[in-house]
Design a protein around this ligand. Sequence first.
Ligand code: 5GP
Length: 188
Amino acid sequence: MSSGQLIVITGPSGVGKGTLVRRLLEHYPNLHLSVSATTRPPRRNETEGQDYYFVTQKLFQQMIQENKLLEWAEFAGNCYGTPRFAVEEKLKQNISVLLEIEIEGAKQIKQTFPNAFRIFILPPSFTELEHRLRQRETESETAILRRLERAKEEIALKEEFDRQIINDDLETALAELIKEIDSILKKE
Ligand code: 5GP
């Protein structure tokens, strides 16, 4: 039986994964974006069930224990995870699924889905990453520093992924992403 393809977009916080993913969904209207669960409080403009399922630490732990998460990781003091059910259902229905997750989770996915295609998005430089994180104005100074610290560790692991794409100019990075995803979807 044929199944959809699992595509993972990973890379450090602030690199522009969210923007690239939004543009990918416009380009591939049939692609399903998984909505993650997180213990992080919502930012202004974020909607429950659309951006994330915002859950308590207790509920998150329960989801882990009940094996309801395909992968999960702690990131800058909060937990993030991919709900299993929706992803597995879509794949069974031959619908390809996109995950936008951090690196630890992306590594875990390889164990459950060896055929998942995992793309690492890189900033043009560390200075530019810091600039983008600050420009977002969504995090406190402490949170920004935590994210930057984590970014260093994450970038060191870039070779573990199937492709690396530098997000310097957004349109160029998007075109490269589309080229990669086109070739993956053709293989189905
Ligand atoms: P943010 O707090 O900026 O929304 O997300 C922080 C980091 O968590 C980002 O790198 C984002 O891609 C990642 N993330 C979002 N959802 C998930 C998830 O379900 N699992 C994992 N492992 N990381 C996630």
